[in-house]
Design a protein. Structure first.
Length: 190
């Protein structure tokens, strides 16, 4: 349910795009994002810095799209968001020697060595940078309809696949349960 809530503005954008076009879809995405944040605030939920940045990017780039009646701004929006994520992780790593990716993960569930967090951080920086470039390529070399399909379906699929791959990588480095019973009983002593 939480995943559906997270992707609600994107889903509503896609439905409105197919139904009424890019400008209505952009207005719907902005309204859905603002209402989503209002609901979160009213429920007392914590809103992360990246969620605030995401809201700001949709309001600014969506607003420019509507105000100027130019769909190029909304096509730039995912790239700006991807590059903001990559830039945030990069600045944290290079200038603050911080592992900000680790800070957004569940603290009790993911106890990983620092070297693993460093590799994960660099992988996500590269991934977000590449996704930003891919969005620009599709957004400005293909039709608006192709870009909208890519934005909703392909990019979500790519993100899911990359996240699953990262999960497999992290699972390999999670500490084992030393207190678990052995799978087979030890051989009897002679």
């Amino acid at each position: 349910m939480k995943l559906l809530f997270e992707f609600l503005p994107l889903i509503l954008f896609f439905i409105a795009f197919k139904w009424q076009g890019i400008y209505v879809a952009t207005g719907v995405a902005i309204a859905a994002a603002v209402l989503q944040f209002a609901w979160m605030k009213l429920r007392g939920r914590t809103i992360s810095t990246m969620q605030w940045i995401s809201l700001g990017v949709i309001v600014v780039f969506g607003g420019a799209t509507l105000l100027l009646q130019d769909d190029r701004f909304i096509r730039w929006k995912p790239t700006v968001l991807y590059w903001a994520c990559a830039g945030t992780l990069l600045v944290g790593r290079l200038f603050f020697n911080a592992l900000w990716l680790q800070k957004v993960m569940p603290k009790d569930e993911l106890v990983l060595p620092e070297a693993v967090w460093i590799r994960l951080t660099w992988a996500w920086i590269a991934f977000f940078a590449a996704m930003g470039c891919l969005n620009l390529y599709v957004g400005f070399n293909y039709s608006l309809d192709t870009w909208a399909n890519f934005k909703v379906w392909w990019s979500m699929g790519i993100i899911l696949a990359f996240s699953l791959a990262q999960g497999v990588y992290m699972a390999r480095h999670l500490p084992g349960d030393e207190h678990a019973a052995p799978a087979t009983p030890p051989p009897p002593a002679p």
